[in-house]
Design a protein around this ligand. Sequence first.
Ligand SMILES: [Zn+2]
Length: 177
Amino acid sequence: MPAATRDDPAVRFCVRCGAALLRREHQGAIRPGCTACDYVHFFDPKVAAAAWIEEEGRVLLVRRAVMPQRGLWTIPGGYVDAWEDPASAVVRECAEELGVAVELTGLLDVVAGREHPLGAGFVIFYSATLRTRALRPADDVDQAGWFAAHELPELAFEATRSMAARWQAVRAAQKSA
Ligand SMILES: [Zn+2]
């Protein structure tokens, strides 16, 4: 990972006293530290959570209507707010993006790896089922659709692509068994 993605130049002033921050070594890494008080800024990961919703061998995908990766497809999901349960975040995102109620049925995986400066540090993937049927794309998506493993459209985000690749391998093995 490029070193540049391990800093955020927008972090310039102390949140405690407003003085300038200076990058310096602190606990094994270069971190912004206050020049007036003892505050040291630790960058925390942004966390995303998403729903893998599968029915009859097809996965529910949404097409992104916003940057980054506008026009590419991914699964419903988004950032977890501070103090929000990631499971609640997935339920909320499905309601916002698709107008559906979902029930989470399991935890699939946690995939780490930040792709761009504003990207998630890791994504929590849940399996889920729909509790309501009508899909109404809204918010930051403009289309929704069901796709079989052999007909996936171009996907946004490495974490989603890695989950999809594993799913395709499982589906292929099931077909040949
Ligand atoms: Zn300070």
